[in-house]
Design a protein around this ligand. Sequence first.
Ligand SMILES: [Zn+2]
Length: 67
Amino acid sequence: MAKRVSKGFGDKNAKALKDSKKHCAVCGEPIELVKRIMTVTDNEKNSVRFQEKMVGVCKCNRSEIYK
Ligand SMILES: [Zn+2]
């Protein structure tokens, strides 16, 4: 005999948007943190390293970040 299985939907709130977002003092937009990978050239070792950097993006510098 088949059992009846009642599935309970997990009411997970995926929208965990934090209200503690920083706002830019200049344009007033919420600052988005974007991970950028920069290349760092090491002249001594003659090698290239990758460095991750979190950059805050708002209206002021968006055109510079997203080219
Ligand atoms: Zn701004």
